[in-house]
Write a protein that binds this ligand. Sequence first.
Ligand SMILES: C[S@@+](CC[C@H](N)C(=O)[O-])C[C@H]1O[C@@H](n2cnc3c(N)ncnc32)[C@H](O)[C@@H]1O
Length: 439
Amino acid sequence: MNISILTLFPDLYQAFLDTSLIGRARQSGILNVELVNLFNFARPGQRIDSPTFGHGAGMLLKPEIVAQAIDQHESQQGKAVKIFFSPQGRKLDQRVLQELSQRIAQVGHVMLVASRYEGMDARVEQVYADELLSVGDFVLMGGDLPAMMLLEGLLRYVPGVVGDAASVQADSFAGAFVDYPEYTHPVDWRGHMVPEVVRSGNHQAIEDWRAAQAAQKTVQQHFNWIQSSALTAPQRVLVNRYLPAHYAVLLHGDILLKDPNSPQGVRVGSSSVTSFDLHDIARSSLTYGLKNYFIVTPLKDQQRVVQTLLDFWNTGPGVYYNEHRHQAVGRVRLLSCLDDVIRDITVQEGRAPLLIATSARDVPHIQKITYYDQAEVWQHDRPVLFLFGTAKGIAPHVIDRCDYLLGPIQGMGEFNHLSVRSAAAIVFDRWLGNNIKNR
Ligand SMILES: C[S@@+](CC[C@H](N)C(=O)[O-])C[C@H]1O[C@@H](n2cnc3c(N)ncnc32)[C@H](O)[C@@H]1O
């Protein structure tokens, strides 16, 4: 494979290219690396950079210098997949690496163009870049470290560079999970033992243990990777084994009602139930793997309405009318207060749930979490209960009992008045959804 690196600082690469697996692959002829010094393309006395147009200080590489270096090098070495680097580019991850490694293998030549200063003139990227890559949402001084990072990732996919090709396929992020924990000698290191199963010699037991460990670690520490991955059926089973049980409750009691006569414009009371919320939140709950969806109302007449609907779907004509609705409504429980819900979950799970309030408003004194904070919540190893309010929202004294407040759902528009069933679906999707990123 041919690698061309266009840079202002070729010296940075010498040790990197001579060392370890890359050094060995070069020696054995698997890799042919050409370092191209961009300074060589400036005429004597010509500056390589020039100031940006518009106000604000900054220098950019001159477009004609970069263009000349690329054109000349491609005419000598053949067409390359040309990769530029920018914090504004496509974010590098293992999926991008896999995809790029295949594209580059077809062409046999990759050209990495490492910029410096304020970056590259936008037109050069437009004309030449086959790929604009970012190594993360932060700004470095130049593209040389990103180029080296890319090489370290890409070259693992080049046959012969890494001794054990199978290990590349088993490493973190090659699939839906991160790697399992590994151990070496001694068996007892400062009182910490290598797990017995790993030493058992039982290959199947070791395989099962590794798969379970990988799934558990990924659920607990990299759930966003799982969320963006396509899962096989056995992987889905493993993920569910390590996800804490989730529940939702829709509160029709202890909620705020509009009251023009009260100084705050609201009072605590109870609201009417709706069939939409019963059906739709039941279906969303089951879709996202929640164990139960509780409807709480202290009002006897409202309980009768809910019970009538539940009976229709659980034991009445609804069983045959729509079997999916029957299945979803089968997970709905009607109770008269939040304490009953907490008791029910505690009996099912053997531990009281963590309470996560949802609110369209900010509540200053409660610990806030965002839709990226699953690890923070799940580290408690307790079931999770999402609380949704009706009418004007959950009463403050109930929110005060909660462990966390989930930040308000926001769109890019000015309007922010979601129905509770839409809000519930969005919360479940952000928190537990599987939104596959692979193309
Ligand atoms: C100081 S940075 C330019 C930052 C640019 N003005 C911006 O804010 O997007 C100079 C060069 O470093 C490289 N670079 C810096 N951060 C990077 C990142 N996160 N990923 C990839 N390349 C990066 C790019 O080649 C970039 O053109």
